[in-house]
Structure formats: structure tokens, C-alpha cells
Design a protein around this ligand. Structure first.
Ligand code: ZN
Length: 276
């Protein structure tokens, strides 16, 4: 079982969690709230000087935890697969400019193409980016997604598949992002977390909750404590295997995005301290 979380020093919030706030506003509010880390979604950087934005975040004592997101490697045609690789190389450059140590990968899938084929293309895509990632000092983290997204978002749906891929690639520039929303149901989760830990592959830990009923497959994630995920237990497994990084709150929610974001941020802090 995980130790209780005593403070906010390992709390990170994704910019998409408070989507109505532009990054400048989010950064000020996170910092004022005592939150220690920020994961930046690429859309939040649109039209900005990325290096200057990174400096602005660090000046507010925020640690830049990750850049979200790269990936979407599979495609039926070679030209699209190459443009996906090009976009990932660009994401690596953006992460380096921002000062983010990793790019989180939503790996991709193509309706009508076998998941096995898509996984092969994902692996090829990641391998094609490794040299650039290593030179930039940026890690590519494979995030397995819940199987409900296996049609068009990710053919990597279990931690076992992510472990298989990370081990096959076997590079210090590749890791795994564990998101409780995607993995909580998996009967092999504890043993696969052990396996990731043994190989030094746990690079990121994302938290939120699974609401009952879930009314939208993408944008109805819950606050920690609002659903059925035993986050403390999963965090305990992750920490047992040596992970000391941030707990990143990643909530896509049409409902929370419509509410007062200050109150929402307070609820995030409370949910983190009490239910994570
Ligand atoms: Zn995630």
C-alpha cells in the first residue's frame, strides 16, 4: 500500500485538465496553489515562443514534467507514416525547447488495419525517432490506452504490450507512461508494473478516476476519489518498483471544463491528497 501523500511536491497538473485557461493563466494559478509540476499539451503552445514559455514556467517554480503528445504512427500508406514520424521529430524539438524531459506517445491505430500490423508500425515509428530523441535528451514514453480506444487511438492497450515493445526497442530513450484510467481493470497490472520497474521503464504516472456511469468515452473522466479506481493501491505498486516521479492529474471532462476552474483546482488538490 502506498504511503499517504503529505504535500503537493509531487503533484503535477496537465494543461488540458484546466483547458479553459491559457497556459500563462494556468501556470500562475498552479504555482499560486502550490502545485509543483506541469505537463504541457502541444495545443497550449500554439502561437507562443516555446523556449520563452518554458522559462516562464520555471520562473514560476513549476517543473516541466512532459510534453503531450506525440505518436499516431500507424497508417495505411507510407507517406502518412512518414509525416507522423516528421511530426514526432518536431514534438521532440518542441520538448527540448520547452525543457520537457519527455514526449508522451498516444501511439495510434487505424480502423480496418490489424492491431498487430499497427503495433509493428508504431514500433518502427518510435525506432525512427530514437536517434533524434537521444540527441535532444528527450525520452519517448509509450502510453498504453484502454482497449475502448483500440479502433483509432492506440493499438497498445495493455501494459504487457507496452512492456513488450519497450523491451524489444531496448533504448534508454524509450519509457512507459502508466495511466490509471487506461490500466486499472487489467488483471495482470501488478505483475506488469513489476516488470516495467525491473527494466527501469516507468517514466510517468497519470491519475484521474473512472466514473460510473461514464457518459462520454473521452471527456468524462472523474476526479480522484469520484470513481472506482483504487489509485492508492496502483500508486503503491508503482512506487514499490522505484518510481519517485510526479503524480500527473490528467482529466478530460466536459463537465469540469464548464465549471469555475479555481474551484476545480481546489478539488484536484483535495482529491490528490485524500484519494491518490
Ligand atoms: Zn495519460
Amino acid at each position: 500500500m502506498a504511503k499517504e501523500l503529505a504535500d503537493l511536491s509531487r503533484l503535477c497538473v496537465h494543461t488540458i485538465t484546466t483547458k479553459p485557461w491559457p497556459i500563462e493563466k494556468a501556470a500562475k494559478e498552479f504555482s499560486a496553489a502550490g502545485i509543483a509540476g506541469i505537463t504541457v499539451w502541444r495545443d497550449a503552445l500554439s502561437g507562443r515562443d516555446i523556449a520563452a514559455t518554458g522559462r516562464m514556467l520555471r520562473d514560476l517554480n513549476l517543473e516541466v514534467v512532459s510534453l503531450c503528445r506525440g505518436g499516431f504512427f500507424p497508417s495505411l500508406d507510407k507517406k502518412s507514416r512518414q509525416s507522423a514520424i516528421d511530426d514526432n521529430l518536431k514534438a521532440i524539438d518542441e520538448a527540448a525547447a520547452l525543457g520537457a524531459p519527455m514526449v508522451v506517445l498516444v501511439c495510434g491505430a487505424v480502423p480496418g488495419q490489424s492491431l498487430i500490423k499497427s503495433r509493428e508500425q508504431i514500433q518502427e515509428g518510435i525506432v525512427a525517432c530514437i536517434g533524434h530523441a537521444a540527441a535532444a535528451g528527450v525520452k519517448l514514453t509509450i502510453e498504453p490506452l484502454h482497449p475502448m480506444y483500440a479502433d483509432d487511438r492506440s493499438a497498445v492497450n495493455t501494459l504487457k504490450q507496452a512492456n513488450d515493445m519497450a523491451e524489444a526497442i531496448n533504448s534508454p530513450s524509450v519509457g512507459i507512461a502508466l495511466d490509471v484510467y487506461h490500466l486499472w481493470w487489467d488483471p495482470d497490472l501488478a505483475s506488469e508494473i513489476k516488470r516495467s520497474g525491473r527494466n527501469g521503464n516507468i517514466s510517468a504516472f497519470h491519475i484521474c478516476d473512472w466514473k460510473t456511469p461514464t457518459t462520454d468515452l473521452l471527456n468524462d473522466r472523474g476526479l480522484m476519489g469520484e470513481g472506482c479506481i483504487n489509485i492508492k493501491e496502483i500508486r503503491g505498486w508503482v512506487e514499490e518498483d522505484g518510481f519517485t516521479g510526479f503524480n500527473e492529474v490528467e482529466i478530460f471532462s466536459n463537465s469540469y471544463w464548464q465549471q469555475d476552474q479555481h474551484l476545480f483546482l481546489e478539488k484536484i488538490k483535495e482529491g490528490y491528497l485524500q484519494n491518490s
